[in-house]
Design a binder for this molecule. Structure first.
Ligand code: FES
Ligand code: FES
Length: 158
């Protein structure tokens, strides 16, 4: 089988998988990181949201063959390693606001939140309610109000 190399949570990683396998299954089933969740598999629910070169993306919809060796993929497991401290400020805010219910969507929600705050910061501004309206991650438990509170708190600490 073909080999594919990329940087996953800061480490160069090589897998032996068919070209057409989607990256989510490589991350979960081949590598064994279960943080990015499988919800829909078609880029709708956003449960699998992770970062691709610093931006939010959905690995259920990306073929492993389309990833370059220099591409950096970060999952929720690697998020805290991108900052000093045991947890990322967005994770701390999630705990402070006790956001999670069943928890299934929450890794994707946090990764989407961090990417959205960073995008606003790159434009030299604070996150707005309009930014938060653009986050499309589905939460079947309906934790949206606490998610928004936590993102605003996490953004202040980023
Ligand atoms: S599982 Fe990736 S967007 Fe739904
Ligand atoms: S906390 Fe259950 S789906 Fe979001």
């Amino acid at each position: 089988m073909p080999q594919h190399t990329f940087i996953l949570n800061g480490s160069t990683t090589t897998v032996d998988v068919d070209d057409d396998v989607r990256l989510l299954w490589v991350i979960r089933d081949v590598i064994g990181l279960k943080g990015p969740k499988y919800g829909c598999g078609i880029n709708v629910c956003k449960a699998c949201t992770s970062h691709f070169n610093g931006k939010a993306f959905n690995p259920c919809s990306v073929r492993v063959a389309d990833i370059e060796p220099t591409d950096e993929i970060t999952t929720i497991e690697g998020l805290a390693d991108t900052v000093d401290g045991d947890l990322h400020p967005m994770q701390e805010a999630w705990l402070e606001y006790d956001v999670a219910q069943c928890g299934y969507c929450q890794p994707g929600q946090i990764m989407a939140a961090v990417a959205k705050v960073k995008a606003a910061q790159a434009e030299g501004r604070e996150i707005t309610d309009a930014d938060l309206d653009e986050i499309r991650n589905v939460c079947r438990c309906g934790t949206y109000t606490r998610i928004r509170q936590a993102i605003k708190a996490g953004a202040r600490a980023m």
